[in-house]
Design a protein around this ligand. Structure first.
Ligand code: NAD
Length: 419
């Protein structure tokens, strides 16, 4: 993979090579799977609100479509680069395969600062993107979804623009749509819910009771807030610390996760809430070093490094974000007895409910919240079992086991297609 220096790309290459070695993948398949199948770079002309023409760079990468149409998010961010998008597309291939979804992996992005353009300009940008990519999109080809700085409104514009190319309604061309346009129940909390299911299984595997187990969560956005609510609420864990980019709040006997999440949604930063009734202030570095049953980094990539890994004292580190632990930190955590549940497993709930949305769109059905939840729980349970048994049978870390299962399933599909 042409990784460049992007940390996520370097990390994805490292884990892929380990999995390929462990599976003794032949050189042809290794070569095929180490690079994307397709990469489209396009320039998008947009007439801005002031009448001036501006051109934006965009990229859409399909890493693999061996198991089905490509699935993966679309980000609108200044940092978007082909190297990062390639790595994220490959991660989607392994994640979809591990969750046993009938999808390959893709990812895309536009290099733009969303805060510097209006809604009208964002809509025009989205339409230009669909115009450029239309022949390669569709529910049987490539199905984008929200990602950094794209939301359900962008997906609605995307679907609407695609309709002109398809000469009809095709709701299955994107997921993460508003409910009114065919979005699924349960999508907003899907990543958090999936992570919570995995945490439940992983604690049982470590012979630790769920009730009262302590947890610290870094990141209080969509994934982190949802996770705090579910773990602290219905599952009865003790959420002792949460943080956002401003800092964190800590209380030994457990925070009121619901009250904190509501205050955050009303505009407060976590550090503003610390120091009073909610709990004491703590830094993000202190949060990572807490002695807890579960540490869930749910914010950024690369937060646990070779430098700070020896300070982690959690029993389980559950990667709710993409790539929070750098490869150099893995052996240090293993040495200290910290079990790491990898991102391709722990954050698989989001794309799984995206699959449910696609299935509902294609069958013209609407599922109840209970049905979404029951099916998500089933899929997370199957993926956990596949990883746990592989780890135990071959004496592997959960990360190596998860990557092996993901890579093996994609390789198997490629083999059936070609040999
Ligand atoms: P988000 O933008 O809603 O929230 C990100 C949170 O991280 C915010 O609370 C922000 O304040 C916090 N943050 C930023 N910098 C920080 C720092 N230096 N220290 C501590 N906290 C910091 O994003 P999200 O949707 O919750 O996604 C979080 C992670 O989960 C990302 O890695 C994303 O790729 C991954 N993920 C999300 C989904 C999903 O469905 N939302 C699915 C799969 C993976």
């Amino acid at each position: 993979m042409s990784a460049g220096s992007d940390p996520l790309a370097l990390s994805a290459r490292h884990h892929f090579q380990r999995a390929a070695d462990g599976l003794e993948l032949d050189s042809g398949l290794r070569d095929l799977l180490s690079e994307p199948r397709r990469e489209l770079r396009v320039r998008l002309p947009v007439v801005m609100d002031d009448g001036e023409l501006q051109v934006f760079d965009a990229v859409r990468v399909v890493h693999s479509d061996a198991r089905g149409p490509a699935k993966g998010g679309l980000r609108y961010a200044p940092s978007v680069s082909p190297g990062e998008v390639r790595a994220l597309a490959a991660l989607m291939s392994w994640k979809c395969a591990l969750m046993d979804l009938p999808f390959g992996g893709g990812k895309g992005g536009v290099t733009v600062d969303r805060s510097s353009i209006s809604d009208q300009e964002t809509r025009a940008l989205t339409e230009a993107l669909v115009d450029a990519l239309a022949p390669f999109l569709g529910p049987d080809r490539d199905i984008p979804a929200p990602d950094m700085y794209t939301d359900e409104r962008v997906m609605a514009w995307f679907m609407d623009a695609y309709r002109r190319h398809a000469a009809g309604q095709v709701p299955g061309v994107v997921t993460g749509k508003p409910r009114a346009l065919g979005g699924s129940r349960g999508r907003n909390r899907a990543t958090a819910r999936g992570s919570a299911h995995i945490i439940r299984q992983a604690l049982a595997w470590c012979d630790r009771e769920l009730e009262g187990a302590s947890v610290a969560i870094q990141g209080f956005g969509n994934a982190g807030r949802g996770l705090a609510r579910i773990l602290g609420g219905e599952l009865g864990l003790r959420v002792v610390a949460v943080s956002d980019s401003s800092g964190g709040v800590y209380r030994e006997d457990g925070l009121d996760a619901e009250a904190l999440a509501t205050a955050k949604e009303e505009g407060a930063s976590v550090s503003e809430l610390a120091g009073g009734e909610h709990g004491d202030a703590l830094t993000n570095e202190e949060l990572l070093a807490l002695e807890v049953d579960v540490l869930a980094p749910a914010a950024l990539e690369g937060v646990v490094t070779e430098e700070n890994a020896s300070r982690v004292r959690a029993r389980l580190l559950v990667e709710t974000a993409n790539g929070p632990v750098l490869p150099g930190a893995d052996p240090i955590l293993e040495e200290s007895g910290v079990r790491v549940v990898p991102d391709i497993l722990a954050s698989g709930g989001g794309v799984t409910v995206s699959w449910f949305e696609w299935v509902q769109n294609r069958s013209g059905d609407r599922w109840s919240a209970d049905k979404v939840e029951a099916r998500l729980q089933e899929r997370m349970g199957l993926a956990w079992e596949a990883v746990r048994t592989r780890a135990e049978d071959r004496e592997l870390s959960l990360r190596d086991a998860a990557w092996q299962v993901g890579v093996e399933r994609v390789a198997e599909a490629e083999r059936y297609r070609r040999v």
